[in-house]
Design a protein around this ligand. Structure first.
Ligand code: DQA
Length: 170
């Protein structure tokens, strides 16, 4: 192939970048098991705000910023794995995830995030380092862009602010 020809054909990466330019940023928020009970579940750890309220605020904020945001909660590990794989196929740009109890157990969800390579922030409502020792280990933190733990529902909002400007040039 001539030098000229090679340069005239865009690479797959350049085509993807071009297709994405001007497209709305897509953000996915994933909630793990028992987070559907927020509002009534152990409010001393998780606060009194319901999951619906948290999600509504995130959707509103994303919309104002010109991004799309979808929330998904499941009590089932495999469903979270499937949603992460689907996110890659949909071209999701950023994931905010509270893996809840799976934080401390799930190699499967970790592997899904590693496989799709979508950047993500790990969020916990409670400060997992101030709680039982088994909560101190996360299968996600070393893969995450960053972690927010202990700031309640504000943790999701802060993660979203980060997602909206990540990467800085997009
Ligand atoms: C949690 C902390 C986890 O240890 C726990 O299993 C949860 C919620 C949090 O948001 O603080 O379900 O992820």
């Amino acid at each position: 192939m001539s030098q000229e020809r090679r340069h005239s054909r865009p690479t797959a990466r350049a085509s993807l970048k071009a297709a994405k330019a001007g497209a709305k940023k897509k953000i996915l928020v994933l909630h793990g098991p028992n987070l559907n009970l927020l509002g009534t579940r152990e409010p001393e750890h998780y606060g009194k705000t319901s999951l619906a309220r948290i999600n509504d605020e995130l959707v509103k904020r994303a919309k104002t910023a010109g991004a799309t945001l979808e929330c998904y909660q499941s009590n089932v590990e495999g469903e979270l794995v499937n949603r992460i794989q689907q996110a890659a196929a949909e071209g999701v740009d950023f994931i905010i995830i509270n893996p809840a109890a799976y934080t401390h157990t799930s190699v499967a969800i970790r592997d899904a995030l590693a496989a799709v390579k979508v950047p993500f922030v790990e969020v916990h409502l409670s400060n997992i380092y101030r709680r039982e020792a088994f909560r101190h280990r996360s299968y996600f933190s070393d893969l995450a862009v960053g972690c927010i733990s202990g700031l309640g529902a504000a943790g999701y909002e802060l993660a979203l602010e980060y997602a909206l400007c990540h990467p800085p040039e997009s």
